[in-house]
Design a protein. Structure first.
Length: 395
């Protein structure tokens, strides 16, 4: 099926090492997994911290590199930190929902967040809103993990380069401290993409069936399907996908998709697209780049690393609990892009040139996440170190 995305300080792990990031104004000590070299995006992030420190000092923000909370890459979490995160996600899946009156198919509090995405596509995926609304969405999920389930950490992200062979990566290898494994073998034709042959399909990678290993092997998916890449799913009793449709979590862990989100693609997104509209287009994989064997764009490339159901469903994709790592990774790349030139990029909003709004008007656009978080304006959501509501960094 065609891709809708393409269209629109605890004890370290074994082998981990303490990495000190030195900057003009501060020093951050961060535990990092010594099994992974610092790739070009990691190095760019380290080089960007001095710019961030200077910007924070210039603006007088109460949020600084020293007091901002730290979001870490999954492989940089200790084993105990991974367990704590998994338990918090499972906790949300056991809490009662808040959206049941509006969305009868929600089974638990986790489903509330899926319902927010399914019903909120026009807001969450409007060109002007895409980056900031998902920043807010991830933050709201992080707050629920902490406030409702006692999680002491913060939302981890995935560095795509570390998970180029997803089946063997610590995020997807199916052990007790992963986010679950691959799906059983199933037959489907891959993901159709809007590019010339032979790049018009992300090939299937041998999975696609129910996940049978790891902490989410028994997870029950309820909402959807609506925009899935699989053809053998039970239909939802409601046309809008908001009825209860219990089924297993399915995945096709896909190295072909991951290749479109590797360090080279990620670095290019940040450094080769200086205006916000070109950054937005490349983020979505448009237009086709001649000579690129994996031209999916970071957004689609990251989503179809898991694919399956609901991970491969444009509407219900947050139903796969790795959605949040993927979108945190995208948020990190947007942040790095912003901080290369914060004076001009921090409040830059894509799509203004194609609308009748001015940038000032767009800043007043309201994003309301309903039963997961209240209304905020884009102007409030563009700056992840703006003190209110955000004060976090990626390390």
């Amino acid at each position: 099926m065609r891709s809708a995305w393409a269209l629109v300080l605890a004890a370290p792990l074994l082998g981990a090492q303490a990495s000190t990031i030195k900057k003009r104004f501060s020093t951050l000590d961060v535990w990092r997994n010594g099994d992974y070299e610092r790739d070009i995006v990691d190095q760019l992030a380290d080089e960007t911290f001095p710019k961030i420190a200077e910007w924070v000092e210039k603006t007088g923000s109460k949020c600084t590199l020293e007091n901002a909370v730290q979001r870490k890459e999954w492989a940089d979490l200790t084993i105990d930190e991974r367990k704590d995160y998994i338990q918090a996600v499972q906790c949300l899946m056991k809490l009662p929902p808040k959206a049941q009156e509006q969305v009868p198919g929600v089974l638990n509090r986790y489903d509330d967040f899926v319902a927010t995405h399914v019903t909120g596509i026009p807001v969450l995926h409007a060109p002007t809103n895409l980056f900031a609304s998902h920043r807010y969405y991830i933050w709201a999920y992080e707050q629920a993990l902490r406030d409702e389930c006692g999680y002491k950490g913060y939302q981890p992200y995935m560095n795509y380069q570390r998970h180029q062979d997803p089946i063997t990566s610590p995020l997807f290898n199916g052990n007790a401290t992963s986010m679950g494994g691959n799906g059983a073998p199933a037959t489907y034709g891959g993901v159709v993409m809007p590019y010339p042959r032979p790049y018009n399909v992300i090939p299937a990678a041998g999975g696609g069936g129910c996940v049978t290993e790891g902490p989410f092997a028994d997870m029950v998916v309820s909402l959807g399907p609506l925009g899935t890449v699989l053809n053998d799913l039970p239909r939802n009793p409601r046309a809008d996908g908001l009825g209860s449709n219990p089924r297993c979590l399915r995945r096709d862990l896909n190295k072909f998709s991951a290749a479109g989100a590797d360090a080279n693609h990620s670095y290019s997104l940040v450094m080769d697209y200086p205006d916000v509209d070109s950054f937005y287009n490349r983020y979505l994989g448009q237009p086709y780049l001649r000579g690129d064997e994996f031209p999916w764009g970071l957004h689609s490339g990251g989503h179809y690393i898991t694919g399956g159901d609901p991970g491969g469903d444009f509407y219900a994709s947050p139903g796969d609990p790795t959605f949040w790592m993927h979108h945190a990774a995208l948020d990190r790349l947007w942040w790095l892009w912003q901080m290369q030139d914060p004076e001009n990029r921090l409040q830059a909003i894509p799509g203004i040139s194609f609308s009748r709004m001015t940038n000032a008007d767009a800043q007043k656009t309201v994003v309301d996440l309903k039963w997961t978080a209240g209304p905020r304006t884009l102007g409030e959501l563009n700056d992840q170190m703006g003190s209110e509501p955000f004060c976090y960094i990626y390390v």
